[in-house]
Design a protein around this ligand. Structure first.
Ligand SMILES: C[S@@+](CC[C@H](N)C(=O)[O-])C[C@H]1O[C@@H](n2cnc3c(N)ncnc32)[C@H](O)[C@@H]1O
Length: 278
């Protein structure tokens, strides 16, 4: 695979992460959903596994005094993203890093709670099965796997019309954040429906071109600008049709509940609450 197509998550991304906004990061409303499961685990003095180094989850884990592990392929990112935490001092003396690719995760530990934020969307679709398998073996029988991810619906498949996206934003959402209102439509505009991903090495220049041509104005382009490091990180974001995603999940987990935030993107970005199938 050419280097620019390699899915990765560089230190440059971690250093820019403070500029990323929801839905790239969990929103307040989404964190309210997640916190209910942190609380449940806390009543059992539980052990949590965070897939990646999401600062918001690490703060919640500290708040609820959970025995905290982060599984991250990059120690540098784990340390860099700690800088974005509110409870970084407490975290430095208590949380543990499992330095591993999620797909290769193999420890003797079993967790009461495993959480992930777009984690599965950071890997190619063909690796979803080994990812789900590795996670499932680390969850206790009565534990929860709570994961926020993107999915598409059949209606999303139609190619987005860029002029309509922009016109709708200007008519109905003036003064709002273009990324938060229309970011998923922009993904849709650049989506590769064969590979089921958006390739940021094409998306970022694509946005620049739309700006250059005057289709996006300065303010709209600026709202999308924070995603620029995705390009040099060689990042792709994968998403499946919801029914295909559910089928994959069903091999390893029972979906107990599909939680929804109050955010604009809630339909395409559900939070699944799952238990392991044995
Ligand atoms: C904040 S997290 C989760 C993703 C994030 N919410 C997003 O939307 O991009 C990103 C972290 O996951 C780590 N990561 C990415 N892919 C990984 C993989 N396959 N295995 C383990 N860690 C990975 C990165 O090193 C980074 O520190």
């Amino acid at each position: 695979m050419p280097k620019k197509h390699k899915r990765t998550w560089t230190l440059g991304m971690a250093k820019h992460w403070k500029k990323y906004k929801p839905y790239a990061r969990p929103s307040k409303s989404e964190l309210t959903v997640f916190e209910r499961y942190f609380r449940k685990a806390s009543r059992k003095h539980g052990r949590i596994l965070i897939l990646g180094s999401t600062p918001e989850f690490r703060d919640l884990a500290q708040k609820h005094s959970l025995d905290t592990y982060c599984a991250d392929i990059s120690k540098e990112n784990f340390l860099e993203l700690r800088k974005l935490m509110k409870r970084k001092k407490e975290a430095a003396s208590s949380e543990k890093l499992i330095h591993s690719d999620w797909i290769k995760l193999r420890t003797h530990l079993r967790f009461d709670l495993i959480v992930g934020d777009w984690a599965i969307n950071m890997i190619p679709v063909k690796k979803y099965n080994p990812f789900l398998k590795a996670v499932s073996t680390h969850l206790k029988d009565n534990g929860f796997f709570v994961h926020r991810h993107g999915v598409w619906y059949p209606g999303d498949r139609k190619k987005a019309d860029i002029k309509r996206i922009v016109a709708d934003f200007r008519k109905k959402h003036k003064g709002e954040d273009f990324y938060q209102v229309k970011g998923l439509d922009m993904f849709r505009y650049f989506w590769n429906w064969k590979k089921m991903h958006v390739d940021f090495s094409k998306y970022v220049p694509g946005i620049e071109e739309l700006h250059h041509k005057g289709i996006l104005n300065d303010a709209e382009a600026k709202d999308l600008e924070f995603q620029r490091p995705n390009k040099t990180a060689g990042l792709c974001a994968s998403m499946l049709m919801k029914k295909d995603f559910d089928k994959k999940v069903d091999n390893y987990f029972k979906i107990i509940k599909e939680e929804r935030s109050t955010d604009l993107w809630r339909k395409n970005v559900p939070i699944y609450v799952m238990k392991v199938k044995r």
